[in-house]
Design a protein around this ligand. Structure first.
Ligand code: SAH
Length: 260
């Protein structure tokens, strides 16, 4: 068992508006034994209000990493879970908060895990949610399902805590012992860019709606949980396809210039 599991579990808050919510989140984390907080372009931070609301969890704030993009915050993560108060048009594999806690605890023994929270006013964008392996929804009152962000973060951290305590009491929470580590998020982003570029060159992508296809491809590969070796094979295949296109374009031009 990896003794540093809690250090492999990070809460990521994207574009948070109110510094008080950041402080309350830090407190919620420390109460549950967690400490890795990432802030993606917070609107108003550092701020005294955050310090006051953090109470005795100021250390979590002091150690929080402020970054400018979500990609930076999750680059090295093997598992990314996005939180959402509402359903989206293209549904993603969904976890309950309890499953989220268990999966987070199990996988944190192997690689960094991120749980991502959205803006107070409009949550996470679809693009941000599409970077996640799973979505988690707190099954609140359907007529008013949007919790305050620090309350939502508290619920999720509590579930991680429960999984942690259950594991200590002997509950088996293992991530499959796979022969290869999962691909990290940054490598996956490079792959998606490479895939899109190749599909455009092949003229396979629907010019009317390229993003839908790419979104569905992201969902497919996220569901599979590509490992590092599989990812490098796929990158190699894309490179071969691009080389092939490049050479056949060259031959085509040669042919055209000879037969002018
Ligand atoms: N109006 C926004 C809600 C934002 S609430 C929307 O419609 O998306 C701010 C953040 O708190 C959300 O982005 C999410 O991270 C978290 N949150 C709030 N309610 C939640 C719920 N029921 N389930 C999961 N996350 C929730």
């Amino acid at each position: 068992m990896n003794e540093n599991r809690p250090l492999n579990i990070r809460m990521v808050m994207v574009n948070t508006t109110h510094p008080g919510n950041i402080g309350a989140a830090a407190r919620a984390m420390k109460n549950m034994g967690l400490s890795e907080l990432y802030l993606v372009e917070p609107k108003d931070y550092p701020a005294d209000k955050a310090m006051w609301r953090a109470a005795s969890a100021v250390d979590v704030l002091e150690n929080a990493k402020v970054v400018s993009t979500l990609d930076e915050a999750i680059a090295d993560c093997g598992l990314v879970i996005g939180t959402s108060a509402r359903e989206r048009r293209i549904p993603w594999p969904l976890l309950t908060p309890r499953e989220c806690g268990e999966r987070t605890w199990a996988e944190a023994g192997k690689h960094p895990v991120a749980i991502v929270f959205g803006r107070e006013d409009r949550g996470l964008t679809n693009e941000e949610l599409h970077k996640c392996n799973y979505h988690v929804h707190i099954p609140a009152n359907p007529e008013y399902s949007s919790l305050n962000i620090s309350a939502a973060l508290q619920v999720i951290c509590y579930e991680v805590r429960i999984a942690w305590l259950e594991a200590e009491q002997g509950k088996e929470l293992h991530f499959d012992d796979w022969d290869q580590p999962p691909a990290g998020q940054a490598a996956l982003e490079h792959f998606y860019a490479h895939l899109q570029e190749t599909l455009e060159k092949l003229k396979f992508l629907d010019a009317e709606n390229p993003r839908q296809t790419i979104t569905r491809m992201r969902r497919l590969f996220n569901r599979v949980r590509l490992d590092k070796m599989e990812l490098s094979i796929l990158r190699g295949m894309l490179t071969s396809i691009q080389n092939f296109i490049y050479h056949s374009e060259g031959k085509q031009k040669e042919f055209e210039s000879k037969h002018k």
